[in-house]
Design a protein around this ligand. Structure first.
Ligand code: FES
Length: 290
C-alpha cells in the first residue's frame, strides 16, 4: 500500500493488510496461511490476512501500518497503539505494542475484480487495491447465508448486459462474472476457504475484450487458458515479475539472484525484492531436490 493507494503497480505486491506470524505460533493458535485473523490490544482490534513465514521471529508478529479506512474494513494498525511519545526526544511510540492474535471464524472467503471502486462493501473483512483497469477486492464473511448474486450486483455497481454464474452450494463455491458489452464489469469468486484464483490473471481480465462465450466461461472457471501462463503473485514490482516466472527460471537453471536478474530483470532496479527472490530460489531448489 502506498500513501495515496493510487499506484496499480505497487498495489500488486501485497494488496491487503496482513500480519506475519512464525509457523510455530500459527500452529499454536490454530491459524493457517491466508486465514483472516484478529489482532487486538487493550485499545482496539484489526482484521488482517495471516502470512505464515519463518521470516518472522517466534513470539512476535509484524504488520504494516499503511492501511486506512478508505481501503480496508478494519486494517488500521494505529487503533492498537497508544499515543505515547518519548519524554526526551518526542519520538512517537507507535510502532510496537503487546497484542493478542486469534483466528477469525470466516465461513466464506471471497475475491473480486471490479471496474469501479466499491462505495460500500457488506462484508466483515474487505480490502480494496488499485489494479490496471479497476480494483481488486479481498473478502471474508462470518456468515455464508448470503444472496451472492445480489452481493455481486452491489459490488460491481455498473449496468451489465450479460451475467454468467456458477453455484455449488454443497461446497460453498460461487462464481459470478458480469459483462457490459465486450468488457468485464466485475467478477466475484466465493469459496469456503481462502480463494485460490490467480489475482494477477483475474485483474488482467478487466483490460481485455471478451467476445466469445468460451473466453467468458474461462473467467467463471477462474483459470487462465493453457496458452496464457499465470505469472503468479508479484515478487518484483519494478519489473512486474511474478513468483511463477521466477520458479520457471529456477527450473531452467537460474539458481542465483544475479542469474534471475539476467533472465527476467527482477531485482535489478531498487533491489528491495532480492531477498524474496532468494527465498523463491531456495524453495524451488529444495522442491527440485526432494
Ligand atoms: S522491486 Fe525493485 S527491483 Fe524488484
Amino acid at each position: 500500500m502506498t500513501r495515496t493507494g493510487k499506484s496499480p503497480r505497487l498495489s500488486q505486491h501485497m494488496a491487503e493488510p496482513f500480519v506475519e506470524i512464525h509457523p510455530a505460533d500459527a500452529t499454536h493458535h490454530g491459524i493457517g496461511d491466508a486465514d483472516i485473523v484478529r489482532v487486538s490490544s487493550p485499545r482496539g482490534d484489526v482484521l488482517v490476512r495471516a502470512l505464515v513465514t519463518a521470516r518472522q521471529r517466534q513470539g512476535s508478529v509484524f504488520a504494516p501500518m499503511h492501511w486506512t479506512d478508505q481501503f480496508s474494513a478494519k486494517g488500521r494498525l494505529d487503533t492498537l497503539t497508544a499515543p505515547l511519545t518519548d519524554p526526551v526526544s518526542g519520538q512517537p511510540a507507535l510502532k510496537h505494542v503487546g497484542a493478542r492474535i486469534e483466528k477469525f471464524a470466516a465461513r466464506a472467503f471471497g475475491f473480486a475484480v471490479v471496474r469501479r471502486k466499491p462505495v460500500a462493501v457488506a462484508a466483515d473483512y474487505w480490502a480494496v487495491a488499485k489494479c490496471k483497469g479497476g480494483w481488486r477486492v479481498e473478502l471474508a464473511f462470518a456468515d455464508d447465508d448470503i444472496d451472492w448474486a445480489g452481493f455481486a450486483g452491489s459490488l460491481f455497481d455498473v449496468p451489465v448486459a450479460d451475467t454468467l454464474a456458477y453455484h455449488d452450494r454443497d461446497t460453498g463455491q460461487h462464481r459470478i462474472a458480469a459483462f457490459d458489452d465486450q468488457h468485464l464489469a466485475g467478477a466475484l469468486f466465493i469459496a469456503s476457504g481462502p480463494v485460490a484464483v490467480s489475482r494477477g490473471w483475474a485483474a488482467q481480465q478487466l483490460q481485455e475484450v471478451h467476445t466469445s462465450q468460451r473466453e467468458r466461461f474461462r473467467i467463471v472457471a477462474g483459470r487462465a487458458g493453457a496458452d496464457r501462463p499465470d505469472a503468479g503473485a508479484t515478487v518484483c514490482s519494478c519489473f512486474s515479475v511474478g513468483v511463477n516466472q521466477i520458479a520457471a527460471a529456477v527450473a531452467a537453471g537460474c539458481t542465483t539472484v544475479e542469474a534471475i536478474g539476467g533472465a527476467l530483470k527482477a531485482g535489478t532496479n531498487c533491489g528491495s525484492c532480492r531477498s524474496e527472490i532468494r527465498a523463491v530460489i531456495q524453495a524451488n531448489r529444495v522442491q527440485a531436490a526432494e
